[in-house]
Design a protein around this ligand. Structure first.
Ligand code: PAF
Length: 276
């Protein structure tokens, strides 16, 4: 595996390499990231892993500073998982002097995470548009945990005619159901135990739908009760259309239940798909 820092080098490597798969990441790899790299390895001739802690998508300076960084560890894991190229540009390569363009997606980026984290999705959409233009992959691999990010990226790729297929892989979870996240290392042992309630609540809601519950408010109340029982006060529990993130009136088709909560000072998100 080669580590590449500049756009010319990544383009030279990609040229004539057949089917190129891109795995966008901010590093701090866990099994979720590695599952994306392995999927790209299975399906593509050349696997490029993007590693860049994108400052423009952090709306809290403290979160950016605290974000875990260990390029040597990430490089070893990416190589083991089948990456050919680790593309890890500097901030000046991605945002050179005079940089003045922002990609903003309306609608789907304006709700839930878009409200809680102002500017976050503009940062994500801009950097994803840039990496897709820099690398020119046939396929890009995203994790389902960031479901709203996936919906924003799909909207942008369709709207801007970017010729990349967006492939989404399932959430990878710890044994107790907690969705893997680079932020989980910040949980102390008590918080770590409580955090399992996020997935427990979502699974209970899915079971309720299987038993006939169709009322989004009732589903949200059940999840909130599961969370408050362990002292977690959710920022939101939303029952939405998976593409547009608009709230649904009833569970009539494939629906996403998404939530966000602070556990101690660590902000976690999770979601589950349900259908009648
Ligand atoms: O999901 C992430 O890790 C980031 O949001 C992404 C897509 C790499 C953009 O910085």
């Amino acid at each position: 595996m080669r580590v590449v820092r500049d756009v010319a080098a990544v383009r030279a490597a990609v040229a004539g390499s057949g089917r190129v798969g891109l795995v966008p990441t901010m590093g701090a790899f866990h099994e979720g990231h590695l599952s994306l790299i392995r999927a790209a390895r299975e399906a593509c001739d050349l696997v490029v892993v993007w590693l860049f802690v994108n400052p423009t998508q952090f709306n809290e300076a403290s979160d950016l500073v605290a974000y875990p960084r260990d390029e040597a560890r990430d490089a070893a894991l990416a190589a083991e998982s089948g990456a050919d190229i680790l593309f890890a540009p500097d901030v000046d390569t991605v945002y050179p002097r005079g940089f003045a363009t922002t990609v903003t997606v309306s609608g789907v980026a304006d709700v839930l995470e878009g409200v809680q984290r102002p500017g976050h999705f503009a940062g994500v959409a801009t950097v994803v548009a840039k990496m897709l233009n820099m690398v020119g992959p046939q396929v890009a691999y995203f994790g389902a945990k960031d479901a709203q990010q996936v919906a924003v990226v799909r909207r942008m790729v369709a709207d801007l005619d970017i010729p990349t297929r967006i492939e989404v892989l399932p959430i990878v979870r710890e044994a107790d159901g907690l969705a893997m996240s680079s932020r989980n290392v910040r949980l102390d042992p008590g918080e770590r135990r409580s955090a399992a309630a996020l997935h427990r609540g979502l699974v209970a809601a899915k079971s309720a739908v299987a038993l006939g519950e169709r009322n989004p408010a009732a589903l949200a109340r059940g999840i909130e009760a599961e969370l408050t029982a362990v002292g977690i006060d959710p920022e939101y529990v939303a029952v939405v259309d998976p593409d547009t993130f608009t709230p649904v009136d009833t569970i009539a088709g494939p629906t996403l239940i998404a939530l966000a909560a602070r556990v101690g000072s660590t902000r976690l998100i999770d979601n589950i798909e349900v259908a009648p």
